[in-house]
Design a protein around this ligand. Structure first.
Ligand code: ARG
Length: 464
């Protein structure tokens, strides 16, 4: 760092008469966190250099030197030998400076027809695109884990809740399939926004385009972009692709949070529908009996930071005049943290879902309490000709009676049930059973085992 002043000033110009103060250097530098764009930065630089040489803007010899230098730099970064310097502010200047050290003037020519403004926008898009691809893969694995677990439980009866009160019986598989639907929509949201991430800003240079005879389509093709950012001002200043990703990530986080909340409830000893493997839990330092569902609690808690980052990025953009402003450097940490949080949650939950140990007897027992089949009795009376509102009332009276004695509807004798309606016959007991209740809902989206198995098969085909 002895000659840091020289090196830093060289990075843009000799226009400055004094170096920035240490605190300003730290305040303005991004190299501490944008290093992780290095791979994308090198790829984008190589594509840019190739196009420059193909268009005769730099020589072939320069291009070859750049390729060689970048290979060295990549190896240095991979081996942890690359020396990152805060004097060089960000990942772009660090790599460019090292390139020039390694290959001389060819390195200095790389920045022809380019600015850090279009460079950083390109890097983030490349980086985010590959993270999205990883998350798409993980989202599919997560859905498969849910389907595997569901495939063991289409007959496992549990209470379905509304208002967290026992409502009607459902199967555990059916409950899990609700999350498959949510995560499949998350998958399709990511696929959709990936198309808007996948556009090339390079060529915009600082903001107006460049006076060199560049070929933007060529760079886009080399980097597998689907198209160009078609306005140079928009290319360097837009971050709505990152905001859109964070919005989709927020929904993923909210889905994880809802699932987590249920896991926490289900694991509470008073409910005890499930147990989780010890590797997802911790004990208490004071209460020896405790086994705490830390992972679901943390996943629920981390929703706050993911949604917070979305808000942060929206606020970052809201008053920025066109085109690039240094404000945009603040896009990285929230975006990186969002990606990391979602990727970690996905990886952990793929394993966690597979590990859920279901306590079928506890679920069944809970479904048998709370008059979960009362609606079935009302439907039964309707099928026998009673108007639904009358049936609802007749059953309400029957529930009150059973409740007074602390017994289930199915424990009332036929004679007593007939007091509420003489339409009730012997066949009522099948209707009042948990299995009968499930089986009756045999249509697309219903909880009948046959419908659930069909849904599992549909999802499996989609994910194959
Ligand atoms: N580190 C900067 C960022 O992340 C790169 C672009 C800097 N451009 C500039 N004109 N200062 O946004």
């Amino acid at each position: 760092m002895s000659n840091s002043l020289d090196r830093k000033q060289e990075a843009w110009s000799a226009r400055f008469n004094e170096p920035v103060s240490e605190i300003v250097k730290r305040y303005t530098a991004s190299v501490g966190f944008d290093q992780r764009l290095a791979d994308a930065d090198i790829k984008a630089s190589l594509a840019h250099a190739q196009m420059l040489s193909e268009r005769g803007i730099i020589t072939n010899a320069d291009f070859n030197a750049i390729v060689e230098g970048m290979a060295r730099i990549r190896a240095e970064i991979d081996h942890g030998a690359f020396v990152w310097s805060i004097d060089l502010e960000d990942v772009h200047l660090n790599i460019e400076r090292r390139l020039t050290q390694l290959v001389g003037d060819a390195g200095k020519r790389l920045h022809t027809a380019r600015s850090r403004n279009d460079q950083v926008a390109t890097d983030i898009r490349l980086w985010l695109r590959s993270e999205i691809d990883e998350q798409l893969k993980l989202l599919r694995q997560l859905q498969k884990a849910l389907l595997d677990q569901a495939g063991r439980h289409e007959q496992t009866v549990m209470p379905g809740f509304t208002h967290l009160q026992v409502a009607q019986p459902i199967s555990f598989a059916h409950h899990l399939l609700a999350y498959v639907e949510m995560f499949s929509r998350d998958e399709s949201r990511l696929c959709d926004l990936r198309r808007r991430v996948n556009r090339l800003p390079l060529g915009a240079a600082a903001l107006p385009g460049t006076s060199f005879p560049i070929d933007r389509e060529r760079v886009a093709a080399l980097l597998d972009f689907e198209g160009l950012c078609e306005n140079s001002l928009d290319a360097v200043s837009d971050r709505d692709f990152a905001i859109e990703y964070c919005a989709a990530a927020s929904l993923i986080a909210v889905h994880f949070s809802r699932l987590s909340e249920e896991l926490v409830l289900w694991m509470s000893p008073n409910i005890a529908f499930i147990d989780l493997p010890d590797r997802f839990c911790t004990g208490s330092s004071i209460m020896p009996q405790k086994k705490n569902p830390d992972v679901p609690e943390l996943a629920r808690g981390k929703t706050g930071r993911v949604v917070g980052h979305l808000m942060g990025l929206l606020m970052l953009m809201k008053a920025q005049p066109l085109a690039y402003n240094k404000d945009n450097q603040e896009d990285k940490e929230p975006l990186f943290d969002t990606v990391d949080t979602i990727t970690d949650s996905l990886r952990i939950y793929i394993d966690l879902i597979a590990g859920i140990m279901v306590r079928e007897e506890r679920m069944r027992e809970a479904a048998g309490r709370g008059y979960a089949t009362a609606t079935d009795l009302a439907d039964y009376l309707v099928r026998k000709g009673m108007a639904f509102r009358d049936a609802h009332e007749a059953v309400a009276l029957a529930v009150r009676e059973a409740d007074r004695e602390g017994i289930d509807l199915s424990a009332l004798s036929l004679e007593r049930l007939k007091e509420f309606s003489n339409l009730i016959e012997d066949d009522v007991y099948q209707v009042l059973s948990l299995e009968g209740s499930l089986a009756a809902r045999n249509h697309v989206g219903g909880t009948a085992p046959a419908a659930v198995l069909a849904a599992i098969a549909r999802h499996q085909k989609r994910l194959a």
